[in-house]
Design a protein around this ligand. Sequence first.
Ligand SMILES: Cc1cc2nc3c(=O)[nH]c(=O)nc-3n(C[C@H](O)[C@H](O)[C@H](O)COP(=O)(O)OP(=O)(O)OC[C@H]3O[C@@H](n4cnc5c(N)ncnc54)[C@H](O)[C@@H]3O)c2cc1C
Length: 315
Amino acid sequence: MEDIVIIGSGPAGHTAAIYAARANLKPIMFEWFMAGGIAAGGQLTTTSKVENFPGFPQGIDGIQLMANMRQQAINMGTRIETKTIDKVDFSSQPLKLFSGNEVIEAKSVIIATWAIAKRLGLPGEKEYRQKGISACAICDGGLPIFRNKVVVVIGWGDVAMEEALHMTHFASKVILLVRRDVLRASEVMQERAKANEKIEIRRFTEALEAMGDGNMLTWVKVINNQTKEESTIECSWLFYAIGHTPNTEFLWWQITLDNDGYIVTKKMPVHTATNVEWVFAAGDVADKKYRQAVTSAGSGCMAAFEAQKYLQENK
Ligand SMILES: Cc1cc2nc3c(=O)[nH]c(=O)nc-3n(C[C@H](O)[C@H](O)[C@H](O)COP(=O)(O)OP(=O)(O)OC[C@H]3O[C@@H](n4cnc5c(N)ncnc54)[C@H](O)[C@@H]3O)c2cc1C
């Protein structure tokens, strides 16, 4: 039986692994190869430059950052298996994890699977992914490509308002596409967005296609769903802000999730504990607010400490 199993090899999983391995817990990590087209190593493997992870003054390629984390986890003694965990049974000790026909028994588990941004699947979306289309203005907004350019944000909730407001620091104009006449964002966020002269809110407007010059996105084709009139917006970037899907289907009925599918963790006195004894959660899968590499890494560290303490106190 394993003392500690970590599910996920993003910043949360690798940080948990580094701490657990240094505490001599001999962690084993499971990662999903090419889930949704994303390499094991998680979401950062899809971005070319990470500029806000401390320690890299010139920024660092996302794939390189994850390769570094992986090597560090291995150097500390983590065993990594590229196998998807598709089912769990947390009803009793030992906890059981299933990967196909294989059963893994563990005393404690840290879940660090992701929350993936929803996308619309527009024509042109695959071609211009990270070449004009992404889903995190906080991550990408500081890139020089946006300076004094028009950007489009799709969304109607608080996150969309936040992303639109964030982009006003860089872009010449932010066009917010809202498919109905109402916004779902809180009053205060709506008021802030409406009051910002750089933000234009286009209601009843839906994106139809992402178009570009083969290298970068240059236009978004839109339709007014009331008048059916189609038009194009010249822009340098399109941000989706229409929500995230946490990867927790394999945990259904085993652990408490919130209405959006995020793992619910106890905030005090233990930050990463779930409602199931011996099971902890870290990273985007338990964080609907920040969803950043550094916050994921931080919570991975907390999960490892908390699992370690639990293992020591309950031998
Ligand atoms: C395009 C893009 C650019 C970004 N840029 C930045 C940035 O510049 N700065 C920043 O701070 N953040 C950025 N982010 C956000 C950042 O990537 C995430 O916040 C961070 O990766 C979350 O870490 P995580 O460990 O929780 O999950 P992830 O990094 O997503 O890793 C999840 C891991 O879980 C594994 N997994 C999932 N399900 C299973 C399963 N059932 N069994 C086994 N393994 C499983 C996956 O294989 C993966 O290894 C960006 C995100 C995207 C999409």
